[in-house]
Design a protein around this ligand. Structure first.
Ligand code: BTN
Length: 275
């Protein structure tokens, strides 16, 4: 028989305390589960049911974590898997990717500030260390005309996970905080850092626009002014990625001129291992 998921009791849960210590201007309500199929799926149902902006849902384990292009997201114990519910009244549907880009900046800043880990960003939303993926972001939205009714930002971070626990085909392309530091880190504390920084950067985007974020993104981008290949469905385009637009698209200089790329998977031609 199907048993609905029940969140953990807040009182003695360090994650509730960690959440309560963050800024909480936007993110006000928190639910923590031991296991969910997917935090994005859970929060989507809450969004449809009318939940206001600011819910954050965390799961210790996801049994059916979702990545971009409906890929599987490996979600064993030891990682951070959480989703945020936003109702961004000032953004248009085609500006929602800006939240992705902004969140990836927040994640890279935390890795640097908390652990001295230098992460780079691969457009649109991969966070890499030494060319291996350490975090991913999945944005989904429900729309009405050209306005997002609500946006879900799902974030997965490889924290205390050993590389050998990943499926063999992924192992060359992934890393984790534990792998980089040689020891595990305290998850609730890290979660608190992430929530504080994600809120800080989201408010910057909301109040000052992407112009305030773009210089940070450019500084962290792995492939700016480098030759890259972008896989778009069955096709692939090659060129130099020269900049990012105000709506978060990538500007690619190709043999036939400038192309604006709105969605796709970047393959940096100078790297061997890509997902
Ligand atoms: C990617 O493909 O890079 C995006 C991965 C996003 C994974 C996170 S984990 C928390 C949230 N719940 C999901 O099912 N997916 C996102």
């Amino acid at each position: 028989m199907f048993e609905p998921s029940v969140p953990l009791e807040p009182r003695n849960d360090p994650f509730y305390h960690a959440f309560a210590n963050t800024a909480q201007i936007v993110f006000k309500r928190f639910l923590h589960f031991e296991t969910l199929t997917s935090t994005n799926e859970y929060i989507k149902n809450q969004g449809v049911a009318g939940e206001p902006e600011g819910l954050v849902v965390l799961a210790d384990v996801q049994t059916a974590g979702i990545g971009r292009f409906t890929r599987y997201w490996h979600s064993p114990q030891g990682g951070l898997y959480f989703s945020l519910l936003l109702r961004p009244s000032t953004l248009k549907v085609d500006e929602v990717p800006l939240i992705n880009l902004t969140t990836s900046v927040a994640i890279a800043k935390v890795l640097k500030d908390a652990y001295g880990i230098s992460a780079s960003l691969k457009w649109p939303n991969d966070v890499l260390v030494q060319d291996r993926k350490i975090a991913g972001i999945l944005a989904e939205q429900q729309i009405l005309g050209d306005t997002p009714l609500f946006v879900i930002i799902g974030i997965g971070i490889n924290v205390n996970i050993s590389i050998s626990s990943f499926p063999p085909d992924l192992q060359p392309n992934v890393t984790s905080i534990q792998e980089l530091l040689g020891k595990p880190v305290e998850l609730p504390r890290l979660f608190s850092y992430f929530m504080g920084q994600i809120e800080y950067w989201y408010l910057k985007l909301r109040d000052q626009g992407f112009a305030a974020i773009a210089p940070h993104w450019r500084q962290l981008c792995l492939h700016l002014n480098k030759p890259i290949q972008i896989a778009i469905k069955e096709e692939s385009i090659t060129g130099i990625s020269i900049d990012i637009t105000n709506d978060g698209s990538l500007i690619l200089l190709t043999d036939t001129g400038r192309k604006i790329i709105r969605t796709g998977d970047v393959t940096n031609l100078q790297l061997k291992n890509q997902d």
